[in-house]
Design a binder for this molecule. Sequence first.
Ligand code: ZN
Length: 44
Amino acid sequence: MDPAQLAAQDAVVDLDADLATCPACLGEIEKGNGRCPGCGLRLF
Ligand SMILES: [Zn+2]
């Protein structure tokens, strides 16, 4: 498989993930929650 196809697969996996990374504390945020449990940053 060529590198372009591998990169496309990674992008699909990221879009399907249920967790996002908080830009402030780098903690995990559930997309359904919308607020970081670690620092309280509201993302969604
Ligand atoms: Zn945070």
